[in-house]
Design a protein around this ligand. Structure first.
Ligand code: SF4
Length: 311
């Protein structure tokens, strides 16, 4: 299939987009507009630059991504081959992936400059020239904890001890729905139907601490299941598995939770519309019209500070 080159990005909504806008509207402008098409060979250097900065990662983010990838792999290996990955296997793969991110950042800057989606670049190495060793060691150590908790988690135990009573949907794929004509991205870690309990179970692996908006994120997923599978809200169980602490939180939502989430999402879409010159083409306003945050601390750790603070 030929990749379509669009002058402006398609307008869509996701939780991460919403969070970026709340952090800083200028950052939102860089990430969702100024970097658009920055992956193309023929793109202008300024666009490529914004795209590269968007692709910068840091140790906590790389760690979270690795844990999610390996959790997805462990579930897939069990379901397709009956192979139960061991804690040691997961730790070793996780350690190798973290190390690869470090080696890419230290030794392959030129390759990353050309192909920022293929190689990794850690924020600290890019901006500071060296890794925060204490932080890196801390995260290496966490691999033991999260994979031990992952294997013991209620969701993974459900999968491996009674797979015959489960019906699985594909994990970690891009799913979307339309709400008021806007494409809404919904990325679920794990979704299955518990045939014994007669419930849809949505699982989100969390590698950080518990946060206030974890529940409303899952309300969006529940709404997706209601739309796609015509399920009732009381047939859906949503679960956050905090693999760092080993705690899981299971929620049964109500229609009021769904309505609340939808109202918040529509408010957020309304706010995003302010930065469009044209609602159909999604042509944005000028980058200078995306206001900068007044919270200086956010700039200290922002991927885009190199271009933003120079303007
Ligand atoms: S450097 Fe500060 S103002 Fe600029 S995009 Fe980043 S957070 Fe926003």
């Amino acid at each position: 299939m030929r990749f379509e080159v669009r002058e402006f990005p398609e307008f869509s909504w996701s939780f991460s987009r919403h969070k970026t806008l709340l952090t800083c509207a200028r950052k939102y402008g860089y990430e969702y507009y100024a970097s658009h098409n920055g992956w193309l060979y023929e793109a202008e250097e300024a666009v490529k630059h914004a795209y590269r900065l968007k692709k910068l990662t840091n140790v906590p983010m790389a760690f979270g991504q690795i844990v999610h990838e390996l959790a997805e792999k462990a579930v897939r290996m069990f379901l397709t081959h009956g192979h139960l990955m061991t804690e040691e296997e997961l730790i070793q793969e996780g350690r190798a992936m973290l190390n690869q991110a470090y080696l890419d950042s230290r030794d392959r800057k030129q390759l990353w400059m050309q192909k920022p989606a293929r190689y990794k670049m850690l924020y600290d190495l890019y901006y500071e020239g060296e890794l925060n060793r204490v932080e890196a060691e801390d995260y290496r150590g966490r691999l033991h904890v999260v994979f031990a908790n992952f294997l013991r988690s209620r969701s993974f135990q459900d999968i491996t001890t009674r797979p015959q009573t489960m019906q699985f949907q594909q994990a970690e794929e891009f799913r979307f729905m339309q709400v008021d004509g806007v494409k809404i991205f919904v990325v679920m870690d794990l979704l299955y139907r518990d045939l014994d309990a007669g419930k849809w179970v949505i699982v989100d692996w969390k590698t950080g601490k518990e946060a206030d908006d974890d529940r409303s994120q899952l309300a969006l997923y529940a709404y997706y299941i209601m739309q796609k599978y015509k399920a009732r809200v009381d047939e859906i169980e949503i679960r956050n598995e905090y693999v760092l602490s080993g705690v899981n939180r299971t929620y049964q939502l109500t229609q009021a939770d769904i309505e609340f989430m939808l109202a918040k999402m529509k408010q957020s879409i309304h706010l995003m519309r302010r930065y469009q010159l044209d609602m159909i083409s999604n042509e944005p306003v000028d980058i200078d019209d995306f206001p900068r945050t007044e919270n200086q601390q956010r700039c200290d750790t922002c991927n885009h500070k190199e271009i933003c603070l120079a303007q």
